[in-house]
Design a protein around this ligand. Structure first.
Ligand code: 0PR
Length: 394
């Protein structure tokens, strides 16, 4: 039997301690999120203190808040700290495994409250469309501008066409360009519709870079915002999974509180059942460790590196989107992004595409220094030159 086939058989005899060595070998063969060539994902290496919190609370079940009371306290404190940051200290909230669970849960809570239609910009994350499909909610698409920011007048026009209650879903930190939808402008035009903001990426960056950027408001300071999500594993320097979903309306929160009589807690939160308290403990630890000052320092530096990348890309003849948050889509007027992407990946750069704009997407997270940007742009320029040369020769 070949080694490959052997590896797929349920082993008759365990390898025991040798598995530790095997794991080291396997890990050597694969890059990690947050290593210096990981430029596409909105993720960095976790803070050591956050990783420690994750490990310490890994064996606590956040589904049993009665037994795991310390974990329950961490949840409540984290919700309160985030509510304080985002304009509603009274906000209620739950821990999730990330942006897609938050989108699904928020839309579920809204659907249960009677909103069956969702008005959403074309540029919302794929998990939003997936959630609507799972929940059988009707989607109505609003237009976006050339940076993929929602056009508020389009939301009004679309919302007018919808019969019955509709909710508006907006993004703070678009997946392909990083822009923040103008939530206030949308609320002013459609004041009666509840708004859910997917701030998976921007939620823990935007509040800390106001010294360097003039950004649109997106949080509970705007009356229409009834729920908001953010992810520790995108901008809180936690390990995966670490999402949070906050509700500004008690009735929506109540829709994600379920019966759980047999566990002694009577109530359980969220769409999942068993889940680790590591998710919330890791975010709690990052917030406590960094504080406002630490977040400001960390993400201001990301913005400075993003601005550096933007200027250098322009000078090399590329056409990047302006990095409102530390993320950009790099276009070239003559070369398709997808071709650049595959060549860069072959060279070991973990980059993504921004299909809506035909470019490649990079996210400047804390592990990305100016030196990494220089090495990346040098390779990008080389790749562009090679593609041009091969098209001239063919
Ligand atoms: N909302 C927005 C705006 C997102 O960009 C994403 C994912 C989600 C929701 C879904 O979040 P979860 O993946 O936590 O459920 N954006 C990530 C990104 O573009 C997805 C990702 C993460 C892709 C890690 C690759 C990867 O290695 O970076």
């Amino acid at each position: 039997m070949s080694r490959r086939m052997e590896a797929r058989k349920f082993p008759a005899k365990g390898l025991g301690e040798k598995v530790f060595e095997l794991l080291d070998e396997l890990s050597e063969r694969e890059p990690e999120l947050g290593d210096h060539r990981s430029l596409g994902p909105m993720m960095s290496a976790p803070l050591p203190v956050s990783l420690k919190a994750h490990m310490v609370f890994l064996r606590r079940n956040l589904n049993d808040l009665h037994w795991f009371r310390v974990s329950a306290d961490l949840l409540h404190e984290t919700v309160a700290m985030l509510g304080d940051l985002l304009g509603n200290p009274e906000a209620r909230g739950i821990s999730t495994y990330g942006g897609s669970e938050s989108n699904l849960t928020a839309l579920y809570a809204l659907r249960e409250a009677g909103y069956e239609n969702v008005v959403v910009p074309r540029s919302a994350h794929a998990s939003v469309f997936k959630a609507c499909r799972v929940l059988r909610m009707c989607i109505f698409i609003a237009d976006v501008d050339e940076e993929l920011r929602v056009v508020p007048e389009s939301v009004r026009a679309v919302a007018r066409e919808v019969e019955g209650g509709s909710v508006i879903l907006l993004t703070a930190g678009n997946t392909e360009t990083g822009v923040i939808d103008d939530v206030r402008a949308v609320h002013d035009l459609v004041p009666d519709a509840p708004i859910f903001v997917d701030a998976a990426f921007g939620g823990l960056i935007a509040p800390f870079i106001t010294g360097l950027r003039k950004l649109p408001d997106f949080d509970f300071r705007i009356d229409g915002v009834v729920a908001l999500s953010l992810d520790g594993h995108k901008a809180g320097l936690t390990p995966i999974p670490s999402g949070m979903l906050l509700f500004g309306r008690e009735d929506l929160y109540d829709n994600v509180v379920f019966e759980s009589e047999y566990m002694g807690s009577e109530k359980q939160l969220s769409l999942l059942w068993t889940r680790t308290a590591a998710s919330v403990a890791s975010l709690w630890a990052s917030i406590k460790y960094l504080g406002r000052e630490g977040f400001e320092k960390t993400y201001s530096e990301c913005i400075r590196v993003a601005d550096y990348a933007y200027e250098r890309l322009l000078s090399e003849g590329f056409n990047p989107t302006r990095p409102e948050l530390p993320l950009m889509c790099i276009r070239h007027d003559e070369l398709p992004g997808i071709e650049l992407l595959w060549r860069l990946r072959k060279m070991g750069w973990y980059v993504y595409s921004c299909p809506s704009l035909g470019g490649i997407k990079i996210t400047i997270m804390p592990h990305i220094t100016k030196e990494v940007i220089d090495a990346f742009i040098d390779d990008l320029v080389r790749v562009a030159r090679d593609i041009k040369a091969s098209s001239v020769n063919s």
